[in-house]
Write a protein that binds this ligand. Structure first.
Ligand code: ATP
Ligand code: MG
Length: 316
């Protein structure tokens, strides 16, 4: 997914500079099994939300494709195919999905109405009441406005809204990052219960490794628009292979690699407009060699893990 970079009219017309692009997401190849949770982690700006928006059909990828049940997500979104109702998204800030001027009952019913799932007003009201109960709120809350809720309650409303079209795949972009730890735990446990109850599949985005450990079956680690490592949760936490994954985990417990003690201070994330040649991580990698500057490492399987690192074997 690339975005055109706005340039001044002087650059465009006088200096005749070509349109420049920011490659927010470059090499991301992943698949999510039905009923499972895949988590995406990585530091701010690495492209997690962009992947989420592509997956939800909110962005059309500049190249490549998102396939949901054998159909292209872009077609599903553009032509409002029946699969549209099956994919929903929960945002970090519930205000992004709740109209502040609507009573929340109306917001929750909105997907049901716009997707034409039910027309009878009374049935819709009952559906909304049931959804509110499901997420731990009361049916009477349907009459309230978003500002009348706490942050945690508002995120529950957003979850109820996402569930209203009876989706099978929910993309959660930092759904609990704005909440305190205890409310966060309640919401995450609720989301797990809902997963068991409805057989939901989650793409779960978070920069909090504790949350990811709690929620996910499979974890993908992103760095500067690239997926650098994919493994199931136990494998990733026990045997992280990519130097970046180790440094991420090293921020929580200490990871020592053979004789080398990794240095936690990583320095700045490179400018995504001007990424390093070869491996994007090499400028911050304690193991980088000249090969890393020359060629971009492809994702390959080593044991249970998929990893994009030239030196994965040497350092593990
Ligand atoms: N609509 C857009 N137009 C232009 N650039 C964008 C757009 N959306 C994202 N970007 C750029 O793409 C890169 C990835 O952004 P993205 O929001 O996907 O990161 P993120 O991993 O979700 O970060 P965070 O953890 O802070 O939410 C950033 O450099 C960002 O500035
Ligand atoms: Mg984001």
């Amino acid at each position: 997914m690339r975005f055109p970079v706005k340039s001044s009219w002087i650059d465009r017309l006088v200096k005749r500079q070509p349109q420049r692009y920011l490659h927010a997401v470059n090499a991301v190849n992943l698949s999510i099994a039905a009923g499972k949770t895949m988590a995406l982690v990585g530091e701010s700006g690495c492209g997690k939300s962009t992947v989420a928006r592509c997956a939800a059909g909110l962005y059309t990828p500049s190249s490549g494709a998102v396939i949901f049940r054998g159909k292209n997500m872009t077609d599903i979104a553009a032509k409002s195919l029946p699969e549209r109702r099956e994919v929903q998204m929960i945002f970090q800030d519930p205000y992004a999905s709740l109209n502040p001027r609507w009573r929340i009952g109306r917001s929750i019913a909105d997907p049901i109405r716009t997707l034409g799932l039910e027309k009878n007003g009374r049935v819709i009201r009952d559906m909304v009441a049931e959804l509110l109960t499901t997420v731990g709120l009361s049916p009477a809350d349907a009459e309230k406005f978003p500002h009348e809720f706490s942050g945690g309650q508002r995120q529950r409303v957003a979850i109820a809204r996402a569930l209203s079209s009876r989706p099978s795949f929910i993309i959660c972009d930092e759904p609990t990052s704005a909440l305190d730890v205890s409310v966060q735990a309640q919401i995450l446990n609720k989301m797990k219960d809902l997963q068991d109850q409805f057989g939901l599949t989650y793409l779960f985005i978070s920069h909090d490794l504790g949350v990811v450990d709690h929620m996910s079956d499979v974890i993908g680690v992103m760095y500067l628009g690239n997926l650098v490592e994919v493994a199931d949760r136990e494998t990733l936490f026990e045997k992280p292979m990519h130097p970046y994954t180790r440094l991420l985990l090293g921020a929580v417990p200490r990871v020592s690699v053979g004789e080398t003690e990794l240095q936690p201070p990583l320095g700045e994330l490179p400018n995504p407009m001007n990424p390093p040649s070869g491996c994007a991580f090499r400028t911050r990698c304690p193991f980088a060699t000249s090969t890393c500057a020359e060629s971009k490492p492809e994702m390959r399987r080593i044991g249970e893990t998929q990893v994009a690192c030239h030196r994965a074997e040497d350092i593990n």
